[in-house]
Design a protein around this ligand. Structure first.
Ligand SMILES: [Zn+2]
Length: 624
């Protein structure tokens, strides 16, 4: 093994920095390492900073007119060394405006007039904002510059309509609404790119700072509100018996009905005020969202997520009583939280609660998911596992999903596969993973769309986005797990997660953290998987058998450093399998020879990559 070199050169000059770094870096990324906001050790640099907002948001849901109005106060800290002369305000739901650029087709029911700013103040200066011309991200020129290490107080009043056709948010049914991205926020200003001004197109996902939130949601009588964060005032909004049930569920292993369909109909759930204001609190979190319904049923349980101190997290589900799969969601959710906390990634679930909500999105939000219903219970559980797995990436780690979707989708896909093995066994999990995550990628006829994983997620086509973000990235993580072995892989992964929990890692921080955490220079592996046009395609070019050993010559036509089995079959049908990890490719040889032991007269030798599906499986067999 090579020595781990970055520690040595951290303090070295610019010249040696350029010579020493073996991974391609765009100039803005290189600048971040040179300024010391990032470090070749993989940890945040000595000069690392990130900005933060303390949000106090109060919204009212007008169910009758399908609209949301709100007021907010944001105490925004500029922790950067830069003087900010503009502030970028993001409102993702302007994706609904007719003129918004979108990655896909939507019908008229998706369209709305978007955000309407009623008033906008920064540090008591009134800004005359006409939000008619706003897209999903908008610069506001500051009347007085925001100096380094200083704060600004933003006060905004707004309203916006909820769309009839819902995507990641909007109307679910006439008395059920999923409200995400429901408030204008300060976009991210970071050390490697300045203001995040990439418009939301609906394909790429999000990038948010870690903020503190107080959220209050005012909804009409008999509407229940579920949201990110802890419910602070159950006694004010729920009838006493219901508040007691909810409290009991926080320590209950078994699933409890909090609000049945009949009780909802009989108005036995919420306090009978015309409006109830539900208050929630969540700190050091990248977003808050909420959902309201007058007709959904609600169940809840809890599960131990930290066996060391027996800390429990609440698991709650809200759904239409007719959705068969959702009757299992709380139970399945308990298993997800427990598995993710104790097995993979093996980091205690970082929140107090997870609420699963029936909508149409198949989407993750901090402490909430919104999934469509399906008759296929196995598929429903897989989608639930996937969305809950996102708790770690992007939420525990502050991933820039807009640029680097593979930094969260690839991991969620990996955890989805590993929890699947626990739930349905290896053979079934392999076949599901191949069907949903690999086959379409490797058999994609339009291989020109297959770009290196490091390519920004905004720069690849629809197919390229899916392949890079999910299948290819996940395969790279699983290839690394095979290369390092489970213990070292987990040690390195935890090193990366400890380094960047609550911060904004970029791909190079992952590479260097894993190098440091494993104690190995894996740059050959990163170059192979992330910076190449490689794909999966091995070929047996020759087998020579001599003295109870056979030498198998393998050409790596596609180039990816994958693990594989060599299956040798004797003439009388005896089979022997030998496994080779991706380390056989560490010298970047196009062709390698591997030795297999087989004392029998050989009939055939075959390569099997299992989930690493080969583009041309026909040339993976050698027959004597
Ligand atoms: Zn995902």
């Amino acid at each position: 093994m090579k020595q781990f070199w970055p520690l040595v050169i951290v303090f070295a000059s610019l010249q040696s920095f350029i010579q020493a770094q073996d991974l391609y870096m765009p100039r803005n990324i290189k600048n971040a390492y040179q300024k010391g906001t990032r470090s070749l050790t993989g940890a945040p640099g000595a000069n690392y900073w990130q900005n933060k907002g303390i949000y106090d948001v109060a919204v009212t849901v007008h169910a009758d007119t399908r609209s949301v109005s709100g007021t907010e106060k944001i105490i925004y800290s500029n922790n950067s060394p830069d003087t900010l002369r503009t502030i970028a305000i993001r409102f993702v739901n302007n994706i609904h405006k007719p003129g918004a650029p979108r990655s896909g087709f939507y019908g008229p029911d998706f369209l709305t007039s978007g955000l309407h700013i009623q008033s906008f103040k920064i540090d008591d200066a009134i800004y005359d904002i006409n939000s008619d011309g706003w897209g999903t991200v908008n610069d506001v020129a500051l009347k007085s510059a925001l100096l380094p290490h200083s704060k600004a107080i933003l006060e905004i009043e707004w309203d916006y309509p909820l769309s009839k056709q819902s995507g990641r948010e909007g109307q679910i049914d006439s008395t059920t609404f999923y409200c995400a991205y429901a408030y204008p926020r300060v976009s991210v200003y970071d050390d490697y790119n300045g203001w995040d001004r990439i418009p939301h197109s609906d394909r790429q996902e999000f990038y948010n700072d870690f903020n503190d939130y107080t959220l209050s949601v005012t909804a009409p009588k008999n509407f229940v509100v579920w949201a990110t964060g802890d419910l602070l005032n159950p006694g004010e909004v729920l009838q006493p018996a219901i508040a007691q049930r909810l409290k009991t569920s926080y320590t209950s292993d078994s699933v409890m009905i909090i609000a049945s369909f009949d009780e909802m109909q009989q108005q036995k759930i919420t306090q009978q005020n015309d409006w109830n204001t539900w208050k929630f609190k969540a700190d050091r979190i990248s977003d808050v969202c909420f959902a309201v319904s007058k007709n959904y049923v609600w169940d809840a349980a809890s599960v131990i997520v930290d066996p060391v101190n027996n800390r429990r997290a609440s698991v709650q589900s809200a759904y239409n009583d007719t959705a068969k799969d959702f009757h299992y969601y709380t139970k399945w959710g308990q298993h997800s939280l427990s598995f993710f906390s104790t097995q993979w990634p093996g980091v205690s679930y970082p929140f107090s609660k997870m609420t699963t909500f029936q909508g149409y999105a198949d989407m993750e939000y901090p402490m909430m998911i919104n999934d469509g219903t399906t008759e296929n219970l196995a598929f429903a559980q897989m989608v639930e596992d996937h969305e809950i797995a996102h708790t770690y990436f992007p939420f525990y780690m502050g991933i820039n999903e807009t640029r680097y979707a593979y930094m969260d989708e690839g991991w969620a896909t990996t955890w989805e596969y590993l929890i699947g093995i626990d739930e349905v066994g290896k053979a079934a999990a392999d076949s599901v993973y191949k069907a949903f995550r690999v086959r379409r990628y490797i058999n994609d006829a339009s291989t020109e769309e297959d770009q290196p994983i490091i390519t920004m997620s905004t720069q690849v086509s629809g197919a390229g986005y899916g392949n890079n973000s999910y299948g290819k990235a996940s395969l790279s993580y699983l290839a690394l797990k095979d290369l390092l072995g489970d213990d070292l892989f987990k040690k390195a992964l935890h090193h990366y997660m400890d380094n960047w929990n609550g911060k904004h890692p970029i791909p190079w921080d992952y590479f260097y953290s894993m190098n440091a955490g494993s104690g190995e220079n894996l740059d050959w592996f990163w170059n192979n998987w992330f910076f190449s046009n490689n794909y999966i395609d091995l070929k047996i070019t020759n087998v020579q058998s001599k003295n109870n050993k056979a030498t198998v010559t393998i050409e790596n036509v596609g180039g990816f450093a994958i693990p594989f089995d060599v299956v040798s079959r004797s003439k009388d049908g005896k089979e022997k399998t030998q496994h080779f990890t991706p380390s056989v490719w560490s010298k970047n040889d196009k062709t390698i020879k591997v030795i297999i032991d087989n004392t029998e007269a050989l009939g055939s030798v075959q390569l099997d990559g299992h989930i690493f599906m080969d583009a041309t499986p026909g040339d993976n067999v050698f027959k004597f």
